[in-house]
Unconditional design. Structure first.
Length: 252
């Protein structure tokens, strides 16, 4: 993963309300003891012993612990588009995560030879286990090119994005997020793009009617096809079909 630690810290708190703040890097916060809440952007999450939260770069956040509590903080750089980290709070993580937190802090405290290399390797392992905790089925969907190819081959049919998300191993929202992050389109946007591109080619090269092309390319109605085509190309399908450009192509 090639993550890199930017900072780490540990706080003992007593009714400590941290001021809202943000970092230019990711942050993972582990609640050793105590309970209260953390606010990430505008979302409030309850926290308790052995829960942890992930915070994205440049996201305002604060922690509020009632009574006494101990908190570990690690700020880090991370860039893995296949497995994006998303904000949230997760619970009951002590079995897999706490020993790694402790080992990272120990490396920086003792500073034995190559301690930074060791700490970064431990952070990579911590993030892998964090992702497994947050997304237990993530490995099923690591190659989204299969989904992209499926859309390209079945664009003329009704496609269930809920089923595609299930095949990929992600929730519907997370599937949509990582697909767009990887390809620049949401799954729905990519389907429309492929349908319109194929419709444009048919308008250029065949004598099929606009209505026939609409249904050949998977649009529900000719009106829907016309509206989407005009939005993308600034022509209605019939206007585009009758341009000199298209007529010349069909005459070849």
């Amino acid at each position: 993963m090639a993550s890199k630690i930017i900072f780490l810290n540990q706080h003992d708190t007593k009714r400590n309300l941290f001021k809202p703040h943000r970092h230019t890097c990711y942050e993972i916060v582990y609640f050793l003891t105590g309970s209260g809440q953390t606010i990430i952007d505008t979302n409030r999450y309850p926290v308790s012993e052995n829960s942890y939260c992930l915070i994205a770069p440049d996201t305002p956040h604060l922690e509020c612990i009632e009574g006494y509590g101990e908190i570990l903080f690690i700020g880090f750089e991370y860039n893995n588009p296949d497995y994006p980290l998303t904000e949230g709070v997760y619970h009951n993580a002590e079995i897999t995560l706490l020993p790694l937190f402790q080992d990272i802090f120990r490396e920086y405290k003792e500073q034995k030879p190559n301690y930074e290399t060791a700490a970064h390797a431990l952070l990579d392992l911590l993030l892998v286990r964090t992702l497994r905790h947050a997304y237990p089925s993530a490995d099923k969907g690591k190659d989204l090119h299969y989904i992209k190819s499926y859309i390209e081959q079945h664009f003329d049919q009704k496609i269930s994005f809920k089923e595609l998300a299930s095949i990929s191993g992600y929730s519907s929202d997370h599937f949509r997020h990582i697909f767009k992050q990887k390809f620049g389109f949401s799954p729905q946007e990519y389907l429309i793009y492929i349908r319109l591109e194929n419709a444009r080619l048919l308008l250029e090269s065949t004598e099929l009617s606009c209505t026939d092309i609409a249904y050949c390319c998977g649009f529900s109605t000719a009106a829907q096809f016309s509206s989407m085509f005009r939005k993308k190309y600034d022509f209605s399908p019939s206007e585009f079909k009758n341009t000199d450009f298209c007529k010349n192509i069909r005459d070849l």
